[in-house]
Design a protein around this ligand. Structure first.
Ligand code: NAD
Ligand code: DAU
Length: 351
């Protein structure tokens, strides 16, 4: 009998890469993609696998407990890989409650329903995987790295909601002996990322010669990881991670925002045949993000030593591939920015 795995948030940026990997790599599994299709959910991200025999898309909201219960009753999942979330820090500052509902209530609904169903068989062969973020650890000064033992210190409504969800996942492990794993990853980049996030926003604005907004002094530091390297880490943690453990995932690749944006400008001057220095003229410093975390950096030695994970691409390779992808996939960007991607579900599923 095939293993039935529920992946939540599979129509989003990271989720779509995870779904593709699991559908292609594990033909004996059946992969269920549960996604509400918020503004961030885009089924065009999964066109290439949507007809695979081991894949099913389900439109639904993890905040609706009755719906989640019915879904588990119907399918009897063996595992959950939970990515569905409101994911953008700026949106969490203006609409924090959306994050409380999706990220906290949504997670506890999945935990409760899975636990009630799985405890009957003493959790045999079951696994609940919470995909989380390095932002739960707070903000670093000029030195130091987040380790799995770093105390949680979330500072935005987004990171506080993810931290809360992580705590609930651990509470289910300690209280009910539910087999859980958690990973906390740094900033992902690559194809299919919604252009509210820094890298696709900058690429799209350069292409259209629009200003490039840099928050504050531009010296905030992020660690960047190629999205498929995160998908590979998720595959490893799901299959080999020790129950109850947390794994940090990062690219060992720190950049100040301003340095990163300058790099993208230079690469795109060359790729678009513009005079060197042309794109940098678009850089505009704007009001800082409220509570803007200064620096994130990850120690990924645990996942490397225990599970054999390592990044596959250098940043130079990944950034160049990412820029090329957005330049070559104009239609994807046009559908996302015009909003027409949201009708893809109606067209494909005839509803
Ligand atoms: P995303 O915003 O691109 O996608 C989120 C997906 O979740 C969307 O498809 C959306 O429709 C779906 N969703 C939202 N609310 C839902 C609900 N109530 N019910 C069902 N589906 C819902 O996000 P992403 O960047 O792909 O991040 C995915 C996960 O990985 C999140 O949990 C995020 O916290 C975590 N994460 C992201 C990063 C990053 O750099 N993007 C890094 C570390 C961890
Ligand atoms: O660290 C992991 C996190 O990375 C994930 O958990 C989040 O889901 C994901 O959105 C991302 O959060 P950030 O806030 O770091 O990503 P964002 O792309 O929004 O911003 C990256 C940096 O760039 C941050 O310091 C803010 C800055 N920025 C961002 C935007 C959108 C700008 O200077 N200008 C911008 O226009």
């Amino acid at each position: 009998m095939s293993k039935k795995i529920l992946i939540t948030g599979g129509a989003g940026f990271i989720g779509s890469h995870v779904i593709r990997r699991f559908v292609n790599k594990y033909p004996d599994y059946h992969i269920f993609n549960l996604d509400k299709l918020t503004y961030a959910g885009n089924l065009e991200n999964l066109k290439d696998i949507e007809k695979a025999p081991n894949y099913t898309f389900i439109k639904g909201d993890i905040v609706e407990m009755d719906f989640v219960q019915e879904l588990f009753d119907l399918h009897q999942f063996d595992g959950v890989i939970h990515l569905a979330a409101e994911s953008h820090v700026d949106r969490s500052i203006t609409k924090p409650l959306d994050f409380i509902f999706a990220n906290i209530i949504g997670t506890v609904n999945l935990l409760k329903v899975a636990k009630d169903q799985w405890e009957e068989s003493n959790f045999e062969g079951k696994r609940f995987y919470q995909v989380s973020t390095d932002e739960v650890y707070g903000s670093l000064g000029d030195t130091g790295l987040f380790k799995e033992t770093t105390p949680y210190d979330p500072r935005s409504p987004y990171s506080a909601s993810k931290a809360s969800a992580d705590h609930l996942v651990r509470a289910y492990y300690h209280t009910y002996k539910m087999p859980v794993v958690i990973s906390n990853c740094s900033n992902n980049y690559g194809p299919n990322q919604f252009p509210e996030k820094l890298i696709p926003l900058i690429i799209n604005n350069i292409k259209h010669q629009k200003t490039l907004p840099i928050y504050g002094d531009g010296k905030n530091v992020r660690d960047w990881l190629w999205v498929d390297d995160h998908a590979n880490a998720i595959d490893l943690v799901y299959h080999k991670g020790a129950v109850g453990e947390t794994y940090n995932v990062g690219g060992n690749n720190e950049w100040q925002n301003i340095q990163l944006v300058r790099k993208v400008c230079q690469l795109m001057d060359a790729k678009l045949g513009r005079e060197p220095g042309t794109n940098e003229k678009l850089i505009t410093f704007v009001k800082d993000r409220a509570g803007h975390d200064r620096r994130y950096a990850i120690d990924s030695s645990k996942i490397t030593n225990d599970l054999g994970w390592k990044a596959s691409l250098t940043f130079a390779e990944g950034l160049s591939k990412t820029i090329d992808w957005y330049l070559e996939n104009e239609e994807w960007m046009e559908h996302v920015t015009s909003g027409t991607y949201q009708s893809y579900y109606q067209q494909q599923y005839n509803v």
